[in-house]
Design a protein around this ligand. Structure first.
Ligand SMILES: [Zn+2]
Length: 278
């Protein structure tokens, strides 16, 4: 024999959660209008926390028949969730269902008592919005990193104007720019400096960009940028001084290029040879 809930218990369980499914991952409405103006539709049910009869899920033989059909042993769920919790008692334990029930009732109390909460789904909407924004920003980051590599390549192939346009559009797109990592921002700013060096005599602006890049993410590339700025502003000799004592590959390559520029072919070859020996 089944210890079913009496109708008043079912009604009370439903009302205590405002006719919403108590599964926090669900919490759908379980009542609404029928097309017949004299009827309503109900898609929820009073589910047993411990089963109504032996052999049912989470059956507790120590309960009396009255205890089994009392409100304490019930939880309001939508039809789907009511079926779900009876599929696997290892996941849907008595403790979990009691937690759902008590939290669902507390949530409804908060909504009742606090007029500033306009929807019982607000926390769920917040979570899903955050998730979507995180996913969105992750995709912007990875797309921009890929585009950056493509654009750097594009510039090396001689398409300078197109690359400058890409950088400027990106920096003006505040929403997109704001989600990028400091490391990627620094790389993009350094690319912009290199792109603008040849045609820009506004060194103050380029120095400001260099400072921003350094602040986003200090890197050994900062020295290279500094040398390039000095090179365009005051010439090869001043630029090469900055590289004294530097032994990393990019500094050595730049030094070799500057020496070549100054016509010091032997010194240039010396550097290239010493690098090859390593
Ligand atoms: Zn449900």
């Amino acid at each position: 024999m089944r210890d079913d809930f009496p109708q008043p218990v079912k009604d009370l369980l439903a009302k205590r959660v405002a006719y919403h499914c108590s599964n926090p991952n669900c919490p759908r409405h379980t009542i609404g209008p029928s097309s017949d103006p004299n009827k309503s539709i109900m898609t929820g049910e009073a589910a047993h926390i411990t089963a109504a009869s032996p052999g049912g899920k989470r059956y507790n033989p120590t309960l009396t028949s009255d205890e089994r059909s009392a409100i304490d042993n019930g939880i309001w769920l939508c039809s789907y969730c009511a079926g779900l919790v009876d599929k696997d008692e290892n996941i849907y334990t008595v403790e979990l269902l009691r937690k759902w029930k008590s939290e669902a009732e507390q949530n409804q109390y908060q909504l009742l008592a606090n007029p500033s909460i306009t929807t019982q789904y607000s926390s769920i909407i917040d979570t899903s919005m955050t998730l979507t924004l995180e996913q969105l920003s992750a995709s912007v980051k990875s797309n921009t990193a890929t585009e950056f590599n493509k654009m750097s390549e594009n510039w090396r192939e001689g398409n300078r104007v197109e690359t400058i346009k890409w950088v400027e559009d990106l920096r003006n797109d505040i929403a997109k720019w704001s989600v990028l990592t400091p490391e990627l921002k620094a790389k993009i700013l350094r690319l912009e400096i290199k792109l603008k060096l040849e045609e820009n005599d506004d060194f103050a602006e380029l120095k400001e960009l260099a400072k921003q890049a350094y602040e986003f993410n200090p890197s050994e590339d900062d020295l290279i940028i500094k040398v390039l700025l000095i090179l365009y502003e005051s010439g090869t000799e001043d630029a090469i001084k900055l590289l004294e004592g530097q032994t990393d590959a990019s500094s050595m390559n730049l030094k070799a290029a500057l020496l070549l520029e100054m016509g010091m072919v032997d010194e240039c070859m010396e550097i290239l040879n010493s690098e090859n020996q390593e």
